[in-house]
Design a protein around this ligand. Sequence first.
Ligand code: SAM
Length: 268
Amino acid sequence: MNFDTANQILKENMALPDAKFGQNFLCDDIITNRIVELAGLKNGDNVLEIGPGIGAITRPISNLDVNLKCVEIDRRLVDILRDSDIDAEIISADYLKLRDCGAEKIDVVVSNLPYYIMTDIMKKIFSECTNSRTLVFMVEQAALERILAIPETKQYGPLSVLCSLYGDVKKEFVVPFSAFIPMPHTTSCVISLRRTSGRIDSGFEGFVEKCFMMRRKRLMKNLADYDRTEVLEAFSKLDIDINCRAEELKPEQFLSLYELLNNLVLND
Ligand code: SAM
């Protein structure tokens, strides 16, 4: 979708971009084609797009031989998409409140993320799209620091742990401001995440969140819901210091701890 087409659709439908929904619509075919290419779609894939907007990424994906589901919060845009010739299922909903959209069957997720809820959307995808193989997101450049953060740094947190355990995370390219209507206030870039790990249990996201709940406190304290003896045993098995804080643990240690405390064996 180029600038003129995007502008025309918005004007014809009197749909001014709404900042409260983080609306910065893509209007550059080169960028949207690169995003679709990065998704590496195969025939028959189940694809989820969060926040399709007026269809800049939706349309080229729907032209492929895939099953595309889109979730859009803005009713005006839902109507525009449903009235268009785009071949996709358009779900009118707040993605964060959506239950059961067949997430376990999703192979690939693509989204020019609404930045105001970027982290929450990503966490929900990690906990629900447990069989996905590729995620392609447009994110704020500033968020990349949290996504790629390593242990013992200020930016390290649940999002870094979840991204790292998903697989290879790559910053693909920076997107020029001119590729959006309206232009965003911050620099945006496209990232890809390709799964290298096995399936991660849907409860894991909540567990990591719990571990970081009180960041400055000892991890032991954040795990007060668990039996103390079992936590101590697990720490000892994994060689985790009793006084350590969550930010000192490597992503793999969170996973091993989760498995031990919940009697699970993942990723075998
Ligand atoms: N994909 C389009 C594009 O690239 O041009 C639009 C991207 S725009 C940055 C973010 C989109 O997410 C908007 O269409 C917005 O209405 C939608 N959105 C915002 N919050 C949402 C939510 N909670 N659930 C579903 N969609 C949401």
